[in-house]
Design a protein around this ligand. Structure first.
Ligand SMILES: [Fe+2]
Length: 235
């Protein structure tokens, strides 16, 4: 038979259990979260308009994060909170049921997390130092790189990305990926990526992708690219 003390103890334990936030419970893994932008939504105007930036970040990127968490919680909870690059690179090692969701949504989360940092307000200087030398050695000139990169971005059929990656034969190379694939899935190291999904430009540029990527080149954060290049050399 329950004593009054038993009843009180049981009630207190129940209240304590309810008060613990779901993610703080023992054994539960940390979810992925939407990173803040390193600048205001209007910072890239007039190249990328504030409305596009807001929807892109708060709706599209948020959806990749939410769908990634949902898929992992359901079918691969041990992968929650893992290093994002490793998760995306090694998605084929996950249970088969969750691979497509991680490829699409983990890729989307990683691509956009880098994409925001690869941009800065218009009017910045171009590549310099070791990065400029590597671009010259790989593409002849910076303009030669720009031409090849923008051609890849414009020519990507359907949704996807164009990239500057660490090269195999030359220091650097241009690559393309479909959908939300990332070069790390092919063992490559990306340094710069441009999002050519219509959600990245349609409000302002409509169907004119070439016009968008030409303008977009003017908001590249070359300091960030140079930093990635320096880190890639130290691997
Ligand atoms: Fe996007």
């Amino acid at each position: 038979m329950l004593t009054r003390r038993d009843v009180l103890r049981s009630a207190a334990a129940g209240a304590a259990a309810l008060a613990v936030p779901p993610l703080a419970r023992a054994g539960q893994k940390k979810e992925f979260t939407l990173p803040k932008l390193p600048y205001a939504y209007e910072a890239l105007e007039p190249v990328v308009d504030a409305e596009t930036m807001t929807i892109h970040h708060t709706k599209h990127h948020q959806a990749y994060v939410d769908n990634l968490n949902k898929a992992l919680a359901a079918d691969a909870p041990d992968a929650l909170g893992k290093d994002l690059v490793e998760l995306v690179r090694d998605y084929k090692k996950l249970p088969e049921k969750v691979q497509t969701a991680v490829r699409n949504n983990g890729g989307g989360h990683l691509n956009h997390t880098w994409f925001w940092q690869m941009m800065t307000k218009p009017g910045g200087a171009g590549p310099k130092g070791d990065l400029a030398k590597a671009i010259d050695a790989s593409f002849g000139t910076v303009d030669g790189f720009k031409k090849e990169f923008l051609a890849a971005a414009t020519g990507q059929f359907g949704s996807g990305w164009a990239w500057l990656v660490v090269g195999k034969d030359k220091p650097l190379a241009v690559a393309k990926t479909a959908n939300q694939d990332n070069p790390v899935m092919d063992g490559q190291t990306p340094l710069l990526g441009v999002d050519v999904w219509e959600h990245a430009y349609y409000l302002k540029y409509r169907n004119l992708r070439a016009k968008y990527v030409e303008a977009w080149y003017g908001v590249v954060n070359w300091d960030f690219v140079a930093d990635l290049f320096a880190k890639a050399g130290k691997k």
